[in-house]
Design a protein around this ligand. Structure first.
Ligand code: NAD
Ligand code: TDX
Length: 334
């Protein structure tokens, strides 16, 4: 099987490529990535001698180049991770999100239609459902929860999801969509909550908590997400949406305090700062569908996952220090 993984130089895409080579040694994987600020080729260095792996620098909105790649590579499956992914950046500059996340998804699906017989999986997010109140813990997002996205980022992901469903209905494109909760783990860019807090704490820098820190996210270790996508592309039902989550809701402030505890840093580093505009209160996934239909369950507890993640950042200072210095952007081939 040959899989094109878009966005594979980013956090989840790179973890997915490593996971797939562990589980399916003979698969061929072509990674397409634009190498925006969030793409880091040093992450994929361990694969530079793998004959089953190829990296191509390309923007998924570049129709001609994407068609050329599909024509020469003849993929069986596309897994689309490529996206602008940071909510705060989408509040500053929405247009790039619309371009990469919506137009890019449509270009990839047009390429699937043009060359035919290609399975398309869209990696989406629980944020498309909007948010839930803090005081009704029994309310969870199911696949039938109406789309109600709130930020430019989540609107761009919701729009892409609608396009995927439209391409399935209109052109019978064999598609699936997964909507996962917040991921954490190795290789996450230090702009997202968990890696930012680890990297700042390691440098004794302040830990900026938005508002009162009471917003809730439902955390999943990245490898569990990768395992779910592997299952969906092999056993998922065409045309379906799968929520992915592990019933692990936590308040932001509790996570930041936990990181201080494990790193033996004082909580006085915590600084409450101006809240994010339109800040979603709470996300929480009901994962019953993927549990019961595909037999997927998360394997990593939060307690294990967060300690492994902290240890990874302790052991891989070079990786994140090259990001802080900007040197990682000089690596353009492996
Ligand atoms: P990331 O920002 O770490 O990585 C995104 C990758 O996509 C980068 O390598 C970047 O260079 C690449 N990219 C961006 N625009 C591109 C374009 N136009 N053409 C080609 N490549 C492009 O993001 P992530 O956290 O790994 O998220 C991956 C996907 O998973 C995204 O679609 C995101 O919406 C979704 N998702 C993320 C989370 C999470 O918690 N991080 C949760 C649910 C869903
Ligand atoms: O410095 C910070 N301080 C802070 O309090 C940052 C960066 C975040 N936060 C808060 C905002 C959120 O309530 O922490 C929470 C998590 O923030 P992010 O890491 O930016 O993630 P979130 O906004 O929840 O979105 C993430 O999950 C869903 C990913 O970035 C998305 O790509 C994914 O779709």
């Amino acid at each position: 099987m040959k899989i094109i993984v878009t966005g594979g130089a980013g956090f989840i895409g790179s973890n997915f490529i490593f996971y797939m080579f562990k589980e399916h040694k003979n698969y061929q994987i072509v990674c397409i990535d634009k190498l925006t600020y969030a793409g880091n080729l040093s992450t994929l260095k361990p694969l530079s001698n793998n004959v089953n792996f190829k990296f191509i620098r390309a923007d998924i909105t570049d129709r001609n180049l994407i068609y050329q790649i599909f024509e020469s590579e003849k993929p069986d499956v596309i897994v689309n991770f490529a996206a602008e992914s940071h909510v705060d950046r989408s509040i500053e500059n929405p247009s790039i999100f619309l371009n990469s996340n919506i137009i890019g998804t449509s270009v990839l699906m047009d390429a699937c239609r043009k060359f035919g017989g290609i399975r398309f999986h869209q990696v989406s997010t629980d944020e498309v459902y909007g948010d839930l109140p803090l005081n009704q813990p029994d309310l969870l997002f199911t696949e039938d929860t109406p789309i109600h996205a709130n930020s430019p980022y989540s609107c761009s992901k919701a729009s892409a999801d609608l396009l995927v469903m439209a391409y399935h209905r209109t052109y019978s494109l064999p598609t699936t969509i997964s909507r996962c909760s917040n991921n954490y783990g190795p290789y996450q860019f230090p702009e997202k909550l968990i890696p930012l807090m680890i990297v700042n704490a390691l440098q004794d820098k302040m830990l900026p908590v938005y508002g009162q820190g009471v917003n809730v996210r439902d955390w999943l270790y990245v490898e569990d997400h990768c395992k779910a996508i592997d299952l969906i592309i092999h056993k998922g039902k065409i045309g379906e949406i799968y929520n992915i989550g592990g019933h692990n809701e936590m308040k932001n402030i509790d996570i930041v305090k936990l990181i201080c505890f494990y790193l033996k840093k004082p909580e006085s580093l915590i600084e409450y700062v101006t809240d994010r505009k339109g800040h979603d209160l709470r996300y929480a996934i009901n994962p019953e569908k993927i549990y019961s239909t595909l037999g997927w369950f998360p394997e990593t507890t939060f307690s294990d996952g967060i300690q492994r993640t902290i240890q990874w950042y302790l052991d891989n200072g070079k990786w994140w220090k090259e990001i802080l210095s900007g040197d990682y952007r000089k690596i353009t081939e492996i």
